[in-house]
Design a protein around this ligand. Structure first.
Ligand code: ATP
Ligand code: MG
Length: 502
């Protein structure tokens, strides 16, 4: 029995999904899925990219109407014509993408469309007081109702998103990869909130690709595969290997590939490089190497990537490519000089959502090489196979792909030009374990082929598992360098400004 918090009547599920089926364009995406949610439980929903998790959440939230099956809320069968109906039934959802209005205040966002009115005007005092009450109830005293959302950290925005979702008296909260955009140190903030909500009797459905998180938070786990229900069991009865096997359909051997045998010549070198955000950076990345870049959110990891790629160039020091001092003044030069950059923000910078998989993949190659060097589109299929993109075909629009598959397209785009230096920023965000393994192998193969790879990741196990060396950033400067296989504590000590490199 999953319920441990003694909420009255908690034995009956708050919501039951029974035999849910859903097709898009005649293709079945959910096939007879069952799921029940109890008050005071965190129920994890896991599965590979495209397994149907987000679709199931959207059925629960009234965004999609199921083609078959029943939704039962407190013993009453209900059909939702819109998200509003689901909201009225006490069901709130946090989608995979943020929905907040950046230039409005916390309070304006939380009560958007439901603002208290006095004499025909929005009552700002009541608005902020009501938001304050909600924040207090959740034990979130670090957020001011009057603050503009744009000024909050990603983690705090996530909290506001949750407060907003709950403000309509939700009993059920469905969260779609809520930590995907968070750094390791910010995840704790969210964990605390999820636990408090659970303790207040909210039923939580939690979608995540991070196994550690699933095991830390949930009391039950449901696995979906190819749109079908595979199993549901108490978390205590499962281990990571079992869950992965259920998800992938086979045991997954070594997640991380073997490291490089011997690195080659220096491909990129920074000598005393700096700008407004980072200072005095001196390091090299050799052909065949994957160098990890660790650090807290805001420590300057992405700033390094952006500077190397010429978005916000270095203003001091030098950058050498294959031994030649080089000035990269913008992304176009960067691409011409053979530097690739997989950004952390795939929606904002990485993809043209309304274009096809094919066009996205060829985007950089077209910009980089006019004619001559461009290989034929014939090897596009091979390329997409290499990155493991699951799409209905090269002409499918990217916005219809699942989150993880979009990430693979971003990587595929760079593979099409085979850069000398590849910077990857959070490359596996939202990617399922099976696909992660494939992406790791791919990155290692590229390195073995002579590419120099700089990898930024907030998931420490991944960074440690993949890197030949780890550079740790702290407040805009290098705090130290660690060898392959360093432990998480040592990385975190450097990242937080304590400890020294070995
Ligand atoms: N609006 C839509 N139109 C067409 N196909 C869709 C639509 N939404 C989802 N799909 C397809 O349904 C399948 C399931 O997608 P869904 O987003 O539910 O997967 P997921 O389990 O959430 O994956 P991920 O872990 O990558 O987020 C995918 O094949 C996806 O391409
Ligand atoms: Mg999803």
């Amino acid at each position: 029995m999953a319920v441990t918090h003694g909420t009255p009547g908690a034995e009956d599920p708050v919501v039951r999904l029974e035999g849910i089926g859903k097709s898009f364009f005649g293709v079945p995406v959910l096939r007879g899925v069952d799921l029940s949610l109890h008050a005071g439980e965190v129920h994890a929903l896991v599965g590979e990219n495209g397994a149907g998790k987000s679709t199931l959440l959207k059925v629960l939230a009234g965004v999609h109407r199921p083609d078959s099956g029943r939704i039962v809320v407190r013993d009453e069968e209900i059909s939702f014509a819109s998200p509003r109906d689901a909201q009225a039934a006490g069901i709130a959802i946090i989608h995979q993408e943020f929905t907040l209005l950046e230039h409005r205040t916390v309070a304006e966002n939380v009560l958007l469309g439901r603002e208290p009115v006095r004499r025909g005007q929005v009552d700002r005092r009541a608005l902020e007081a009501e938001t304050r009450r909600l924040l207090d109830w959740l034990g979130e005293d670090g957020i001011e109702p009057g603050t503009e959302v744009a000024r909050l950290s990603v983690a705090r925005k996530q909290v506001v998103e949750i407060v907003k979702a709950l403000s309509a008296d939700a009993r059920v909260l469905a969260m779609d990869e809520p930590t995907a955009a968070l750094a390791d140190n910010e995840v704790e903030l969210l964990y605390g909130l999820v636990r408090r909500l659970r303790d207040r009797g909210i039923a939580i459905l939690y979608v995540s690709h991070r196994m550690r998180e699933v095991f830390d938070l949930s009391s039950r786990i449901t696995v979906l595969k190819d749109g079908a229900f595979v199993t549901c069991a108490p978390t205590a009865d499962l281990d990571t290997d079992q869950v992965v096997r259920h998800m992938v359909g086979r045991p997954l051997e070594a997640l991380y590939p073997e490291r490089a045998s011997r690195p080659g010549a220096v491909r990129i070198a920074l000598r005393g490089a700096g700008n407004e955000r980072v200072r005095n950076l001196t390091f090299e990345v050799r052909a065949g190497e994957i160098v990890g870049l660790a650090g807290l959110q805001g420590s300057g990891r992405s700033a390094i990537a952006r500077a190397i790629w010429g978005i916000e160039p270095f203003t001091t020091g030098t950058v050498e490519l294959d031994g030649v001092p080089t000035r990269v003044t913008g992304p176009r030069t960067a691409v011409r000089k053979g530097i690739g950059y997989v950004t952390e923000d795939r929606k904002g910078e990485g993809l043209a959502l309304r274009q096809s998989v094919r066009d996205n993949t060829l985007l950089v190659r077209r910009a980089a090489c006019r004619g001559a060097a461009a290989r034929q589109a014939a090897d596009l299929t091979r390329l997409l196979g290499e990155v493991g993109v699951v799409a209905r075909g090269p002409h499918q629009e990217v916005r219809y792909l699942s989150g993880g598959n979009q990430q693979k397209v971003v990587l595929g785009k760079w593979l099409a030009v085979r850069p000398r230096v590849l910077i990857v920023d959070e490359p596996t965000r939202g990617v399922d374990v099976g696909a992660k393994q494939a992406l790791y192998r791919l990155l290692r193969e590229l390195a073995d082929d002579g590419m120099a790879i700089l990898m930024i990741s907030s998931e420490l196990p991944e960074l440690i598992g993949m890197s030949d060396r780890i550079l740790v950033m702290h407040e805009g400067a290098l705090a130290g360098e660690l060898p392959a296989g360093a432990d998480e504590e040592t990385v975190m000590a450097l990242a937080t400004g304590h400890g020294t490199a070995a």
